[in-house]
Ligand binder design. Structure first.
Ligand SMILES: Cc1ncc(COP(=O)(O)O)c(C=O)c1O
Length: 339
């Protein structure tokens, strides 16, 4: 992508610290498409990002770390659930750029077994030398983070606080940029995608992609999200607000409307981080037909939604669906007993 491309908007005014090596590939899943016998399925390999085990949060962190460094921060604090991929990648990015990192992790998911508490992302958080604060599920993590930041500031430290999922408007710019990348790849590979399917957790990836398509003058309603965190109403409110904040950072004259946001809660199951049979089946299907690894909390549930929609005939043969594979592989080890 360069500024000569017709599918480009200028993000150069925003501080950014490169954490990706370049565009992530889009791949056609021939065996899986044949197995499901409907639409043609492609994946955008957001898991194939090199730092810290990879995953979608690195796109947001390019802008968040950029902002932190510009403000002269020496410490970054973020929040998340115990097995947060965002927390793990924040710790990895902090290690890469030489920031100290503290993670405020809540026991949002009702699990206390050893794998959930210590394996997967938590193991990696420790390797990246992040300090972990372990909070009960009902705790207000962001408030704790702000208080901790003030404590550290009183000791002379310069602290940058990063919100849940890295989904501030500045963080979401990473996915606006990804929308432009997808459009450019779709042109270069000569494939027009009828749908782009994503998981929606804190809503930032979805919001950023919507903002990016709107900024490019393209139809954002082709993005179909499966919420894995809150119900569809909550996810819609959060995503619409973030998408509007993000698109206005790019161009204050632009806006996103309610019709631009499509969110399905069919795969949420009993709640965030709680496995469903559909998720288990989707993770197995992807692994056994394509050798690719989904995660149990986000991409596994969203992919289960895509499989169900193809199987029930929502898509016709020949339609082209792009699934954004967002990473989260370490989560599998925290959910070892589920498979
Ligand atoms: C692997 C993975 N996929 C998807 C998401 C969802 O992204 P967002 O929080 O921007 O909705 C997350 C967020 O934590 C994630 O870790």
């Amino acid at each position: 992508m360069n500024s000569a491309s017709p599918h480009h908007f200028d993000l150069s005014k925003f501080p950014r610290h490169a954490l990706l090596e370049g565009p992530t590939p889009i791949q056609h899943l021939a065996r899986l498409s044949a197995r499901l016998g409907g639409a043609d399925i492609y994946v955008k390999r957001e898991d194939l990002t090199g730092l810290g085990g990879g995953g979608n949060k690195l796109r947001k962190l390019e802008f968040l770390i950029g902002e932190a460094l510009e403000r002269g921060a020496d410490t970054i604090i973020t929040v998340g659930a115990r097995q947060s991929n965002h927390a793990r990648l924040t710790a990895a990015a902090a290690a890469r750029v030489g920031l100290q990192c503290e993670l405020v992790l809540t026991r949002t998911v009702p699990r206390s077994d050893h794998d959930y508490m210590e394996n997967g992302n938590v193991l990696l958080d420790a390797l990246f030398d992040a300090r972990v604060h372990d909070l009960p599920g009902a705790a207000n993590a962001l408030q704790f983070a702000e208080e901790r930041a003030n404590e550290l500031r009183a000791q002379g430290r310069n602290v940058y606080v990063c919100p849940l999922g890295g989904s501030s408007p500045v963080g979401c710019l990473g996915y606006a940029d990804c929308a432009a990348e997808i459009v450019a790849q779709s042109q270069a590979q000569n494939v027009a995608f009828d749908r782009i399917v994503v998981p929606n957790g804190s809503g930032g990836m979805h919001a950023g992609l919507v903002a990016g398509l709107v900024a490019l003058g393209l139809d954002p309603s082709r993005i179909a999200a499966f919420t894995v965190y809150g119900n569809a109403g909550h996810a819609r409110t959060v995503t619409l607000e973030k998408a509007n904040q993000t698109v206005r950072l790019i161009d204050p004259g632009l806006s996103v409307s309610d019709d631009d946001i499509s969110i399905d809660e069919a795969q949420l199951g009993p709640g965030y981080g709680i496995p469903t049979d559909n998720m288990r089946a989707a993770v197995r299907l992807m692994a056994s037909t394509e050798g690719l690894l989904l995660d149990p909390v986000y991409s596994g549930k969203a992919f289960a939604g895509l499989v169900e929609d193809v199987s029930t005939g929502k898509y016709s043969a020949g339609q082209k669906i792009l699934f954004v594979m967002s990473g989260g592989l370490p989560g599998l080890f925290a959910y070892r007993n589920e498979f």
